[in-house]
Design a protein. Structure first.
Length: 424
């Protein structure tokens, strides 16, 4: 009987419900989902009525444009609903038709048959997004990359909009200065490379902000913010200011410096950023890929600066000399007071050198606090991450102060963090 049941299922007498097939197909790419249509009639029917549509257009992709056109037409004629629509143009000006005109037509038609999640990516950067998008009352999620927006045509609200990630070097959003009037229910916003000088939203709770190239300053008026993430890969750390923010919120700052000089101006700008974020719980990640030249800054130039509290200081560093290690750590202690220091490792050699330097700096700092400007350092504890139990275990600081051993390929790499206790 069991064997017979298996044969009947293969012959199609027992079929999966269409919603389950739709759910399975949602984990596949559009090409992979299309291939499932050959499995059986039910799988083909599910593919033809799938509520999530993805269309990737590459160079010479007129055939895919035709497929997208016929698909939308079929949904219209069959009164089928679309939940999400993603259009991605990777043709790099390799099409014989205007992608913007084509995409806007599909978007307008998709909005009329119920699409709630819309994603548009135009790597040519020529598409001017239709105003129909911003007049849609049923839109829940909108993701834009490389699109141009004429913000003069806004006259209605997206009352159901909860998530709006934008991203493009080609987009200049002057309307970001007052998001509350356009998107009164906006909770989550991602801005990647958008040139703007001000962001204002009374409903916003989560903001991911990746600064545009050569951005100098931006002002935030976000009284309801709970989670703020800031990223910059520019040589100059932009200046941030918060007009309003709640009493309790969290900030995560990621600073990538590909050709860092660890100059006075760099430390001062980083200190200014941390000072502005100081009302929040700060998590700071520094990634210094390459130091142009040995660090040349006078300690007096960055001494006596405000020292905001930092929950965790994560450091990934590719130094030229051991002096660069010292310069980064010594400079970091001049501009903030980290509760934890976690060091990222790239090689076993870097692991040993970095840990050795941090341990010696902190140990000597406890003994000679004036020399290292650590007069308020009260206690240092070290934790080692256990791979077996997945927990941080305390270890004696002195155990890491043994004479340095030349690392080899077999040298084990341990994940170490330092817990610092500062005087009030």
């Amino acid at each position: 009987m069991k064997k017979g049941s298996q044969i009947e299922a293969i012959n199609g007498e027992y079929q999966l419900p269409e919603p389950i097939i739709h759910h399975i197909q949602s984990f596949l790419t559009s090409e992979e989902a299309a291939q499932t249509a050959i499995l059986s009639k039910s799988w083909r029917s599910a593919w033809l009525t799938h509520p999530n549509l993805d269309f990737y257009i590459t160079r010479g992709g007129e055939a895919r444009l035709e497929l997208a056109e016929k698909t939308i037409e079929r949904y219209e004629q069959s009164n089928l609903k679309i939940e999400s629509l993603k259009l991605c143009n990777e043709s790099r000006r390799g099409l014989n038709v205007d992608f913007g005109v084509f995409a806007n037509d599909l978007i307008t038609r998709a909005l009329k048959i119920g699409v709630t999640h819309l994603s548009v990516e135009d790597y040519d950067g020529d598409m001017v997004l239709s105003q129909d998008v911003f007049e849609a009352e049923n839109l829940v999620e909108l993701s834009l990359l490389g699109c141009k927006i004429d913000d003069l045509g806004f006259d209605r609200k997206l009352s159901l909009c909860d998530v709006i990630p934008f991203g493009s070097d080609n987009v200049y959003f002057s309307f970001l200065g007052d998001l509350s009037t356009k998107f009164p229910s906006l909770k989550d916003l991602t801005l990647d490379g958008c040139n703007t000088q001000e962001i204002s939203s009374r409903s916003l709770e989560r903001l991911n902000f990746v600064s545009a190239c050569h951005m100098l300053s931006v002002k935030f008026d976000v009284p309801g913010i709970r989670k703020f993430r800031f990223e910059t890969e520019d040589d100059v750390i932009p200046s941030l200011s918060f007009v309003s923010a709640p009493s309790e919120w969290e900030s995560d700052a990621f600073i990538l410096d590909r050709y860092g000089s660890l100059s006075v101006s760099w430390f001062r700008r980083l200190n200014k950023l941390l000072t502005e974020l100081s009302p929040s719980r700060i998590y700071l990640s520094l990634e210094i890929v390459h130091v142009k030249k040995s660090c040349q800054y006078e300690v007096g130039d960055i001494r006596n600066l405000p020292k905001p509290k930092v929950e965790n200081l994560m450091i990934n560093f590719w130094p030229r000399t051991a002096l660069d290690y010292f310069a980064l750590f010594h400079g970091s202690f001049q501009i903030c007071r980290p509760k934890f220091i976690t060091v990222g490792y790239k090689t076993s050699s870097g692991d040993i050198i970095m840990n050795d330097l941090v341990c010696k700096t902190l140990a000597r700092g406890l003994d000679n606090k004036c020399m290292y400007d650590l007069h308020d350092l009260e206690e240092v504890n070290v934790h080692c991450y256990g791979k077996d139990d997945g927990a941080w275990q305390p270890i004696p600081l002195k155990s890491l102060l043994k004479p340095s051993v030349s690392p080899t390929s077999s040298t084990p790499i341990r994940k170490i963090r330092f817990q610092l206790k500062w005087k009030p």
